[in-house]
Design a protein around this ligand. Structure first.
Ligand code: NAD
Ligand code: LMR
Length: 329
């Protein structure tokens, strides 16, 4: 048996960075065969078809089948995993929330098609922005699929945070763990270092010798750098992040399907954990156990952290209200 993976926006930039790595086994390992379904809109079909030709020319041994379509019902038929990438990306000067109206019309119908056609075990990660609220929209439209199967990508933010810590500490990134992202995949997100470790020791202790006042460094340097890294990439490259986003998407799905040995971050539906209103898709520290994300509970949050998380959660609630006002939810 192979795993059927649907990639929307497969003819776009992130799609191109994802397809070959998935076919090479980077997502599900060297023993799992994959069947790829590439969904595009008519204008993107040529690019997706070209990518499919190149997939064939890659002669990937794990790749059983590739299908390109502009019909969501065909694309999601029997899907075990769905990577919802296709959306309009933001340009210079835009916030991700500016994309709400443009993208709300995409994720509702795709959620409906997932509910009607995907496999019973389907797992969905939303990459297209605004990712958390798009995941909420898709989940609410997907009849019969538990909301827990719809997630938003915040692994890229976590990777950015770990990389910034590694650079500041002059240490390999692999030794840095437990840097959860809380809240929205937006400029309000809270990358939290209070529980982070480097080679098993608290990151905060190691940082104080490097930066002095760790709280001031977080406020003035670290948090803005991580939370606005997407905008920095757009400014420098002229378009939004691609390979790093594809890498994080692969890591998110791999960990979800195969399990984690420590915390990571994902936008998952809240059941009221840490006071986050039920139903919002919010980034939390999570573990993946037996194929399901579990929120790491019981963490101490001081008032400063609480205020930052509350601000990001308030933004998520505002986005939900804005799409409700559009009549989408
Ligand atoms: P892109 O413009 O290169 O590709 C998007 C593709 O989606 C296009 O080929 C387009 O034809 C297709 N598309 C549009 N509407 C579609 C629909 N209804 N069904 C199927 N396909 C559709 O953009 P990109 O650089 O690949 O970025 C894609 C999205 O990912 C953007 O929303 C971007 O903001 C987001 N993004 C998110 C993160 C994250 O961490 N969550 C990181 C980077 C980018
Ligand atoms: C990112 O974080 O790189 C993406 O969400 C793209 C963007 O609009 O910032």
């Amino acid at each position: 048996m192979a795993t059927t993976i649907t990639i929307t926006g497969a003819g776009g930039q992130i799609g191109y960075a994802l397809l070959f790595r998935i076919a090479a086994g980077d997502m599900l390992g060297p023993d799992e065969k994959v069947r790829l379904r590439l969904l595009e809109i008519p204008q993107g079909m040529g690019a997706a078809e070209g990518a499919a030709l190149e997939l064939q020319d890659g002669a990937f041994e794990l790749l059983e089948h590739v299908e390109v379509t502009d019909d969501p019902a065909v694309a999601f038929d029997g899907a075990n995993a769905a990577l919802l990438v296709g959306a309009r990306p933001r340009g210079p000067g835009m916030e991700r929330a500016d994309l709400l109206a443009a993208n709300a019309g995409i994720f509702g119908p795709q959620g409906t098609a997932i509910g009607a056609n995907a496999a019973d075990d389907v797992r969905v990660v939303v990459v297209g922005n605004p990712a958390n609220t798009n995941a909420l929209i898709a989940a609410s439209a997907a009849d019969g699929v538990p909301a827990e199967r719809f997630t938003a990508l915040t692994r890229l933010d976590e990777n950015r945070a770990r990389a910034q810590l590694a650079q500041t500490l002059g240490a390999p990134v692999g030794g840095i763990r437990r840097v959860p992202i809380w809240g929205n995949h937006s400029a309000t997100q809270f990358p939290d270092i209070s529980h982070a470790t480097i080679d098993g020791r608290p990151v905060v202790d190691a940082l104080s010798t490097q930066v002095g006042d760790v709280r001031a460094w977080q406020e003035q340097t670290f948090i803005p750098r991580v939370a606005k890294r997407g905008a920095e990439i757009i400014q420098v490259r002229g378009s939004s992040s691609v390979a790093s986003a594809a890498n994080a998407t692969i890591e998110h799905m791999r960990d979800w399907m195969l399990g984690t040995d420590d915390w990571t971050s994902a936008g998952v539906v809240s059941h009221g954990e840490y006071g986050v209103p039920e139903g919002l898709v919010c980034s939390f520290p999570v573990r993946s156990i037996d194929g399901a994300w579990q929120i790491v509970e019981g963490l101490e949050l001081d008032e400063w952290a609480r205020t930052r998380i509350d601000a990001s959660v308030a933004e998520l609630a505002d986005e939900r209200d804005a799409v409700r006002a559009l009549g989408v939810l």
